[in-house]
Ligand binder design. Structure first.
Ligand SMILES: *Cc1c(COP(=O)(O)O)cnc(C)c1O
Length: 846
């Protein structure tokens, strides 16, 4: 019998002429933070909009043609669509001319929307928020990253609580990426040298308002299977694959920008992954501008900023040097240095056997910053091995506290209320903190009703999401209905969601299950906790913790009181942060560099309850949240956990429950509402990306760009001068000799306050100028750790010069009594150095 002969038929979706603006709107991620645009897509087909997880490109593909024909005749829809389209055009037109230093921003991940799976967690979402803000704040910025075929995993939890990780391939035609073309209309490709071959990457472009993000993708025919794999997974594969990715991002990223015609004032390296941008730029300056390696290094350093996010030394990427050499051996030749000199750029001392990307980033950046005030301090300690001789507190490691993109994370209901009370211009004026104070004018009832309605919405969403997954997983139907029945939209609801790294201490709440059970099961004052989060596939301890929480949540006393919702993504984060009453965060101090989810909460009147770590050190205000003390009382983690857990239960029982459940005659918890108002007025304004980007401009971009302009002016004149001066000093540094020291010794001869004791150091400067050196006395005190801490640094001045013998003098005149330590050191000195660690030589006078 004859068989049917199936032939292929391709039908492309076709949007009627009148509706073409939809294409443009769907392909600029501006829609993500614009309520009208989101509502427009929802209007097209609310059901598909949910099914496709808010991906407008998929939505437009899947809506049937009949529906388009209806919309074409729907006046209300056409009006809305044209309105949104004109908003987008006006927004883009307002950003045609941009001011301030131009910035190239490099990051391994970007969290812009769930539909573009190129992020895993906090670091990526921060970078995504930053691009959105750069657009809103009219910053001249372009982003560079990698396009992953599979991205990060989707989390499923098995019936026994195991985490299963699923990787879905992204179809690039269904996500908002488009090929990036050069001026002649050719798709841009870049190549990077790997051992014995080249890898090629095609460059894609994403539009985020006025900002362009360029993504490199190696998964196409030009490469072998092995090389195509390089951009498959974010944080997947082995250490060698990570090196390949980082070469692509750093070296390839700069090549892509060059082909695209971008030359920026500042290169911002978001975490050490992209540190190779400095290498590629140095090689360019050498080959294209004829600079020497030291000159190129000056020019690259002044224009590079490195942001570190990792408070533990082990968290910094590093590569075993033999493997590193296998990949990078050609590089030193490009800039004319030896392998050893090159390799030392990634080491704190030559005997280390790993090349550390954070060290490389530090060595090639003038600006270095941590991501909260506390983390800035911690980073000084972490990076101090690089700057031997300096006390950590002397280091020029600044900070910019992370923020969140208000328009992305605040619920549209809050945004509407803010517009009403703070004024129509509020979105552009988030930095006017007085506007936020107007929250005190809003009637209590209005705030409370809004918060109640948000909780209701979120519990509804969670029930739905939860039911879907529990049915798929064949859970006992009785259990499902019990959970759903017990979830209470009026109960005090606490959210806890983040990466399940063990330092985040999700287990803390469960230290005393009896007490926890009493807390959640008081019929007069019910409490429920919602958990979510992924553990890295290689992190067994994190996965065990998830399993443990899933098990607890199925015990009779915790059913519907403790809930674990799977696959934490941006949408779930948003729903949770908007709908819960309290956001909890209990990291081990000081391991939370900043943390951002609590900041998303405070944009929604969600009150924060956390250990004083990361951003909360700066954010916490009395009567605007709750805090666990900053200092560890115990050195043993287990005891500290015990104490923290007890403190948490106490705060719930004594402060939180009364504030939430004491209602006035109108049923309003006045105290609670006052906490919400205080949060909006005193906490939220400081943690927007608008504030964050301003800080980056003021503390780093502008000063660095200004100095950079001076260095490169007149054919790199000043850069050459500084490089020459440095070479001269380095050449004789080891020969500089201290000939004589005179100082009153405070042990044999106790110093009196207010009296002047002259100190003198005679140095043979070996052909340098007297002012090329600074001699200084460092006064320290023994701090609570064993190491000395800095009190002050007293400079010597030149007293007299006899040939090469220079006498430096200091009139020591101490004004405080006590026991101090002192030591005298000599450093290079030049008025054009941005800071002293910029040129790291030091000699201690014995
Ligand atoms: C905000 C966010 C994070 C980061 O949260 P932290 O508090 O910084 O740990 C991780 N994942 C998602 C989906 C988020 O929205």
């Amino acid at each position: 019998m004859e068989q049917p002969n199936w032939k292929k038929l391709f039908v492309e979706s076709n949007i009627p002429e009148k509706l073409t603006p939809l294409k443009e709107i769907s392909r600029n991620l501006w829609w993500v933070w614009n309520t009208e645009a989101r509502e427009l897509f929802q209007y097209i087909d609310a059901e598909i909009w949910e099914e496709c997880e808010h991906n407008p490109i998929v939505l437009l593909d899947e809506v049937n043609y009949q529906r388009f024909l209806e919309l074409e005749k729907d006046e209300e829809f056409l009006f809305k669509m044209n309105h949104v389209s004109s908003l987008l055009h006006k927004y883009l037109d307002d950003r045609k001319v941009l001011k301030g230093p131009s910035v190239a921003y490099f990051s391994m991940e970007y969290g812009l929307h769930d539909s573009l799976k190129i992020f895993s967690g906090g670091l990526g979402i921060l970078a995504g928020d930053y691009l959105k803000e750069a657009s809103d704040s009219k910053v001249d910025l372009v982003g560079v990253g990698l396009l992953y075929r599979y991205g990060y995993f989707r989390q499923n939890i098995s019936i026994t609580g195991e985490q299963l990780s699923n990787y879905d391939a992204q179809q690039f035609s269904k996500i908002p990426v488009q090929p990036a073309y050069d001026a002649d209309g050719n798709w841009i490709h870049v190549q990077v040298q790997y051992p014995g071959r080249e890898i090629s990457a095609q460059v894609w472009q994403v539009s985020i308002g006025s900002i362009k993000l360029f993504l490199l993708d190696a998964d196409f025919e030009a490469n072998s299977d092995e090389d195509r794999f390089v951009t498959h997974h974010l944080y997947g594969g082995d250490n060698e694959n990570r090196l390949k990715q980082e070469m692509l991002l750093g070296l390839g990223g700069i090549r892509a920008l060059k082909k695209l015609g971008y030359s920026m004032d500042i290169y911002h390296c978001n975490e050490g992954h992209a540190a190779m941008i400095g290498l590629e730029r140095m090689a360019d300056f050498v080959s294209e501008k004829g600079l020497t390696y030291p000159e190129a290094k000056e020019v690259v350093r002044v224009s590079t900023l490195f942001t570190t996010h990792t408070p533990v030394p082990a968290g910094h990427d590093s590569f075993y040097q033999d493997m590193f050499k296998h990949y990078m051996h050609e590089y030193p030749g490009k800039v004319g240095i030896s392998w050893d000199e090159f390799c030392n750029l990634g080491k704190a001392n030559p005997f280390e056997d790993h090349f550390n990307m954070s060290y490389l980033a530090c060595n090639l950046s003038q600006g270095i910053n941590g991501v909260s005030m506390l983390h800035g301090e911690v980073s000084k300690e972490v990076l101090s091995p690089l700057y031997e001789g300096f006390l950590p507190e002397e280091l020029e490691v600044g900070y910019v506290t992370n923020g969140v993109h208000y328009a992305t994370w605040a619920a549209k209901e809050w945004k509407e209320m803010h517009l009403k009370y703070f004024g129509r211009s509020f979105p552009e004026n988030q930095l006017d903190f007085d506007l936020w104070e107007k929250i005190y004018k809003v009637p209590d009832e209005e705030i409370w009703n809004l918060k109640q309605s948000m909780r209701l919405k979120t519990i509804g969403y969670i029930k739905q999401r939860f039911t879907n997954t529990w049915i798929k997983r064949h859970e006992n139907p009785k259990m499902i209905s019990e959970v759903l029945g017990k979830l209470n939209p009026y109960a005090l609801t606490i959210g806890f969601a983040r990466r399940f790294a063990t330092y985040k201490r999700a287990h803390l709440l469960f230290r005393n299950l009896d007490r926890l059970s009493k807390l959640v099961n008081d019929p007069a004052r019910p409490v429920q906790f919602i958990f979510a989060g992924k553990a890295h596939p290689a992190d067994k301890a994190g996965q065990d913790l998830i399993k443990y929480i899933v098990e607890i949540s199925k015990r009779p006393e915790f059913i519907g009181k403790i809930l674990f919702v799977q696959n934490y993504d941006m949408n779930l984060a948003k729903m949770m942060l908007q709908g819960v009453d309290i956001w909890m965060n209990t990291p081990t101090r000081p391991l939370e560099a900043s943390g951002t989810s609590g900041e998303k909460g405070v944009m929604n009147g969600t009150i924060h309850f956390s250990v004083l770590d990361g951003w909360w050190v700066e954010g916490y205000k009395k009567d605007a949240g709750w805090a666990l003390p900053q200092d560890n009382a115990y050195e043993i983690n287990d005891l500290q956990d015990e104490l923290d857990a007890e403190t948490i239960y106490n705060i719930f029982e004594e402060e939180i429950l009364p504030a939430f459940y004491d209602r006035n005659i109108n049923g309003i918890p006045e105290k609670w509402v006052s906490y919400i108002k205080n949060t909006f007025a005193q906490v939220s304004p400081n943690f927007t990306t608008a504030r964050m980007i301003r800080d980056y401009q003021d503390r780093f971009y502008k000063p660095q760009a200004e100095r950079s302009a001076r260095l490169i002016d007149k054919d790199y004149n000043l850069a050459k001068e500084i490089a020459k001066w440095k070479s001269g000093v380095s050449a004789v540094w080891d020969q500089i000799e201290v000939k004589n020291v005179q100082i009153t010794d405070g042990i044999t001869n106790v110093l009196k306050i207010g009296e002047v004791y002259p100190a003198r150091v005679v140095v043979d400067i070996k052909g340098l100028k007297p002012e090329d050196l600074s001699v200084e006395m460092v006064i320290t005190e023994n701090g609570k750790d064993t190491r000395p801490t800095l009190i002050e640094c007293l400079p010597f001045t030149v007293e007299k010069a006899e040939g090469q013998l220079i006498t430096y003098k200091l009139d020591l005149n101490l004004m405080n009594a006590g026991a101090f330590g002192y030591a005298i050191r000599i450093l290079p000195n030049h008025p054009e150095l941005p800071h002293r660690q910029d040129f790291h030589h030091m000699k201690w006078v014995q």
